[in-house]
Design a protein around this ligand. Structure first.
Ligand code: NAD
Length: 299
């Protein structure tokens, strides 16, 4: 079966390449020439536009920067035909971009109204996971669509979770990343307090990483240099998971908090802190570098 893969950037490029390596016929498009060239070298046939890539494809993947990109491409812009009208009836549209829950629901509704099938399948695992084919996919949409997509998602990912109806994949990602941000800030505050109380980071790590406070932010992505050799803190906070991506994901979590009227003081505080950290020029650092802000606030 032919697969269209649109958005051949940092994530989409290696994901499309893994589909090619698994023996699929993949046709792709990206407006960025360098992305097209890299994908072509990996065996992706390049179409002249997204709309030209989709006819004849049973499945259309999108891996775009934002929900606005997804909705514009589905609908078509400035009199140009959109992906939904260019595709053959019954095409399975799989959007792996990280977008808001409301945008994901809207995209799925548009696809269904145009006679297609749709899933939201945001990922975690970063560029390294996309490259190695070890992503986690959080999937929202009907069981039948999920079953149809599973063999393809398994090519690109190691863990595939069916989270519920359309939008549930994005909802799961928003909740997961909001908690991740809160735990990283909490871990950072504990290390800064420990330092002020005269504890060594190593002592605190030894206890917290094996006590009830144990979490990924302490044990794997520890925000202080020393205890975990592979954590970004030991490598000048090179990502890892960049602050700019965390700030984006927290913006989407905030939109979900607002649209559901959910009180979540820590989630809102985390969103504000990461937004400020990004705006002060730290977007390229791993998100564990938030400890720098917490230290500065305590000088
Ligand atoms: P990227 O900017 O490298 O790639 C996105 C690509 O989409 C760009 O090359 C862009 O030219 C292309 N594009 C935009 N509109 C298009 C259109 N209409 N048709 C075809 N191509 C189009 O971004 P990325 O890092 O690959 O991230 C993609 C998505 O994955 C984002 O939503 C991001 O939040 C999410 N994500 C990224 C990571 C990561 O570590 N980079 C991790 C998890 C999730």
């Amino acid at each position: 079966m032919r697969i269209a893969f649109l958005g051949l950037g940092n994530m989409g490029g290696p994901m499309a390449r893994n589909l090619v390596r698994a023996g699929h016929d993949v046709v792709g498009y990206d407006p960025v020439e360098a992305a097209r060239r890299t994908a072509e070298a990996a065996g992706v046939s390049i179409a002249a536009s997204g709309e030209e890539a989709v006819p004849g494809a049973g499945v259309v993947f999108t891996m775009f920067p934002s929900g606005a990109h997804v909705l514009a491409a589905y609908r078509g812009e400035d009199d140009a035909e959109g992906l939904l009208s260019a595709a053959e009836a019954g095409t399975l549209f799989i959007d792996s971009s990280t977008i808001s829950v409301d945008e994901a629901r809207e995209a799925a509704e548009l696809a269904r109204a145009a006679g297609h099938r749709a899933l939201d399948t945001p990922v975690s695992g970063g560029v390294a996971g996309a490259d190695a084919g070890t992503l986690t996919f959080m999937v929202g949409g009907p069981a039948e669509e999920y079953d149809a997509a599973l063999p393809l998602l398994e090519v690109m990912g190691r863990k595939i979770v069916h989270c519920g109806v359309s939008g549930a994949g994005q909802a799961t990602k928003a909740c997961n990343n909001m908690l991740l941000a809160v735990t990283m800030i909490g871990a950072s505050e504990a290390f800064v307090l420990g330092e002020k109380l005269g504890l060594s980071d190593q002592v605190l790590y030894d206890v917290m990483s094996s006590s009830a406070a144990q979490c990924w932010a302490v044990s794997t992505n520890c925000p202080v240099p020393g205890p975990v050799e592979t954590s970004p803190a030991n490598h000048e906070y090179r990502p890892g998971f960049a602050t700019s991506l965390m700030a984006k994901d927290l913006g989407l979590a905030l939109a979900a908090l607002e649209s559901t009227g959910t009180r979540a003081e820590f989630g809102r505080a985390a969103q504000k802190l990461y937004e400020e950290f990004e705006e002060s020029g730290h977007g390229g650092l791993d998100f564990s570098a938030i400890i720098q802000t917490i230290r500065e606030g305590n000088r």
